[in-house]
Ligand binder design. Structure first.
Ligand SMILES: Cc1ncc(COP(=O)(O)O)c(C=O)c1O
Length: 404
């Protein structure tokens, strides 16, 4: 299903939104994150896929590959750590934010415990950042989070609390535990009275947009950017940065969600932050969110032009397409949520009326964000019928053969 958002604006980036998210703070977060040994020293690749572009009937298709951001496997490596730095700096202005992720204050911060609910990637990033800076971390997991995702979080020293409910119940449980023990919630989603930290998480994602702008150099901006939606933080973090940079020339932003976890789609229908209409559970674990982040929605209600929902099977097909590559297209390891942008694009071009409705044609220059690699490697192998290691090896051979 596709809907257009009549509230979307293509005027200059509004001052009201600049007070929430802005390039200045995004760039500051980027500088403070840079020394973290867990982040790649180089910008993540911006791949061009000319054969897939021609199959889909667009002029250009680019994929910003966040699977290569960090050993943590996803773009979330930019969010929780950025928020943790700002939290610690607020609590103790004598700390130098640029030194926190170097571990220079380890031994001084053990009294702090941070806690969050997660469907996997945010909790993994928070656990790893807490370990680096030297504070304690508790992660609350809902029933659907797989054992391999739990193990990946526990590997960074976090204490795991498992509940029998869903993602939204794990968010409530994290808030309850924090209040009971005097712990600090570092969540990627906002709720009434809790906005500062989720804002800092979203601001951390702005670094992806900054790199895209640098990588494009003098080339024209993309005409369309597809952004996958969980609670809305990724979409808000990237769209706000690109909008502030390009102003009225900004791309058309399209949010893609699983049909059963369509909280942003429903928010667009209702004109306010809303709940998903379905069961929420999806193979796209990172997008399996039932409630919109109200703070993210303040940005999205003006920034996002269209909202589209996809099936789990669409995401699996997109994972396979990216893994396959082609003679002129590099093979890419994209996890279930990572491939959702391509799944949305495939849906749009499969239906000429939908493609026309969002202005997709042979002149379109489309950007997708591969937000994760194989963050659940066993599931990846089952869905793609090839291991992520094997796809990575084919990628390495392709790069060699193509002079990279
Ligand atoms: C891989 C991946 N992509 C996209 C998202 C969506 O991000 P957000 O919840 O900020 O909308 C998530 C969220 O966990 C994720 O893990």
């Amino acid at each position: 299903m596709l809907i257009h958002n009549p509230q979307a604006s293509h005027a200059h980036y509004p001052a009201a939104l600049r007070r929430i998210l802005n390039i200045h703070r995004g760039d500051e977060s980027r500088r403070w994150l840079a020394p973290w040994p867990l982040l790649s020293r180089r910008a993540t690749p911006l791949w061009s896929l000319p054969e897939l572009a021609s199959r889909l009937g667009v002029a250009q298709l680019a994929v910003k590959d966040e699977s290569q951001r960090s050993a943590l496997g996803s773009f979330k490596a930019l969010g929780a750590p950025a928020a943790l730095i700002r939290l610690l700096a607020r609590q103790n202005p004598a700390l130098d934010p640029a030194r926190l992720l170097r571990g220079d204050y380890r031994g001084q911060l053990g009294a702090l415990t941070v806690i969050s609910a997660t469907d996997g990637n945010h909790g993994r990033a928070l656990a790893a950042a807490a370990q680096t800076v030297g504070c304690a971390c508790v992660i609350v997991l809902h029933a659907q989070v797989s054992q391999e995702r739990e193990d990946a979080i526990a590997a960074y020293g976090a204490r795991i609390v498992r509940i029998s409910g869903n993602y939204d119940e794990s968010v409530a449980e994290a808030a309850r535990l924090a209040a009971a023990h005097g712990w600090q919630v570092v969540s990627d989603t906002s709720y009434a009275g809790y906005e500062e930290i989720p804002r800092d998480v979203m601001q951390g994602y702005g670094g992806i947009a900054a790199e895209i702008i640098e990588q494009l150099a003098q080339a024209a901006p993309f005409s369309h950017v597809l952004l996958q939606g969980g609670v809305g933080g990724l979409a808000a973090g990237l769209a706000s940065y690109l909008w502030e940079h390009y102003g009225s020339q900004r791309p058309r932003f399209i949010v893609v969600e699983p049909v059963q976890a369509d909280c942003l789609f429903q928010s667009a229908l209702q004109g306010q932050p809303a709940r998903a209409s379905g069961t929420v559970d999806s193979v796209m674990a990172g997008l399996a969110c039932g409630e919109t982040s109200p703070l993210a929605w303040q940005v999205l209600q003006l920034a996002i032009d269209d909202f589209i929902t996809i099936q789990d099977s669409d995401a699996v097909r997109a994972m396979q397409t990216l893994a396959a590559g082609a003679r002129r297209d590099v093979p890419i390891v994209a996890g279930e949520s990572g491939a959702a942008g391509l799944a949305g694009l495939q849906r749009l071009v499969d239906d000429p009326a939908m493609a026309a409705a969002v202005g997709l044609d042979r002149q379109s220059r489309v950007l997708l964000i591969n937000t994760e690699g194989a963050t659940a490697p066993a599931l990846y192998e089952q869905l793609v019928q090839e291991s992520a290691d094997s796809v990575s090896r084919r990628q390495a051979r392709w790069l060699l053969a193509n002079g990279y």
